[in-house]
Design a protein around this ligand. Structure first.
Ligand code: HSE
Length: 340
């Protein structure tokens, strides 16, 4: 399988590392062989070699120079659009930065790739939250797959559970903790940490968005809620349809007051059916300690689907992190490999 990688930041570099480290296991277990034939990143540069790029060399260059243009061999200078159109790749992995207002540049990248008949894997929440129904139609028309496991709960297989694992069920709603950064902040505030310091640490560890107001104001969780509702509950919500409140107004005193009541404050994302419509909300809630969501701490996320056949089905796992997301991209790649 030949992969073109659009974006070589935290997710792109971690995916490349995981792919390289697991080469042997992937071949032995699945007969899966894969080359990254192109990388194009707005800040770090681009390189293309139809024979496949040397991943340790790329990662070494990033570490030493923060660029990949010093790569020995290959063709340099193809921008993202030319890489998508001109490079002979089966799959485009789109992991450029996310924009929840316009979806760009990811939205254009994904449309170009689908139109060029390439499978697409993305961790980019903006395009999927804003345009899933349209992108899915485009993928179907072109006979290719659009996979986006890492947009929700990083590499924890939430989308696969909802779409494949629960196939045949009616999902009537869901409720969960979908943002790692805010859960990390709330958990550490409870231990006495200061909001600003904990947020800085979450940025340093690569959990928070480039613009962390997306996390703390609830937009990131709204995006994920829309993605889940549209792809699993078959509705067509827009981010503006979701009632939203972030965690910025929560003071240490509120956390203490919750503790005294035997409760915890959590940023809860949920969607439910209301007649023929689906409604959704992201807001802080006081959660009883007996509620399983109360014990979900740090960057761990959790999601419970309400189904007609099985009742509640819950998945708990890492919700943020470069390595975790890199693994999720690999899981999507293997799903495409199985179907080819
Ligand atoms: N900023 C996001 C979070 C990253 O904290 O959950 C994973 O989507």
């Amino acid at each position: 399988m030949k992969v073109a990688l659009i974006g070589f930041g935290t997710v792109g570099t971690n995916f490349a590392r995981v792919l390289h480290e697991k080469r042997r296991l992937l071949k032995d277990r699945y007969g899966f062989e894969c080359e990254i034939v192109a990388v194009s990143d707005l800040l770090r540069g681009s390189v293309h070699d139809p024979k496949g790029l040397d991943i340790p060399e790329l990662l070494g260059l990033v570490k030493e120079t923060n660029k990949i243009e010093g790569y020995k061999g290959g063709t340099k200078g193809l921008d993202s659009i030319r890489t998508i159109r001109e490079v002979d790749a089966d799959v485009v992995v789109e992991v450029a930065w996310t924009n929840l207002e316009t979806g760009e540049p990811g939205l254009t990248h994904i449309k170009e790739a689908l139109r060029a008949g390439r499978h697409v894997i993305t961790s980019n929440k903006g395009p999927i939250a804003l345009a899933y129904p349209e992108l899915k139609r485009l993928a179907d028309e072109n006979g290719v797959q659009l996979r986006f496991e890492c947009t929700v709960m990083s590499g924890t297989p939430t989308i696969m559970l909802g779409i494949d694992g629960l196939a045949g069920h009616v999902v009537n709603g869901f409720r969960g903790i979908l943002n790692g950064t805010t859960n990390y902040i709330l958990t550490n505030m409870e231990k006495g940490g200061a909001y600003a310091d904990i947020l800085k640490e979450a940025q340093r560890l690569g959990y928070a968005e480039v613009e962390p107001s997306a996390d703390v104001e609830g937009w990131d969780a709204v995006g994920k809620t829309v993605i889940l509702a549209n792809s699993i509950m078959g509705t067509e919500l827009r981010p503006g349809d979701v009632e939203r409140e972030g965690i910025t107004k929560i003071a240490p005193g509120d956390i203490e007051a919750a503790k005294r009541q035997g409760k915890r404050i959590k940023l809860i994302a949920q969607a439910w059916r209301d007649g023929s419509r689906v409604k959704a909300k992201v807001a802080p809630e006081l959660v009883e300690l007996s509620d399983p969501l109360a014990s979900v701490s740090g960057t761990t996320n959790a999601l419970t689907f309400e189904t007609d056949g099985l009742g509640a089905v819950t998945i708990i796992g890492k919700g943020a992190g470069g390595v975790e997301t890199g693994h999720g991209i690999l899981t999507d790649l293997l799903a495409i490999h199985r179907s080819m």
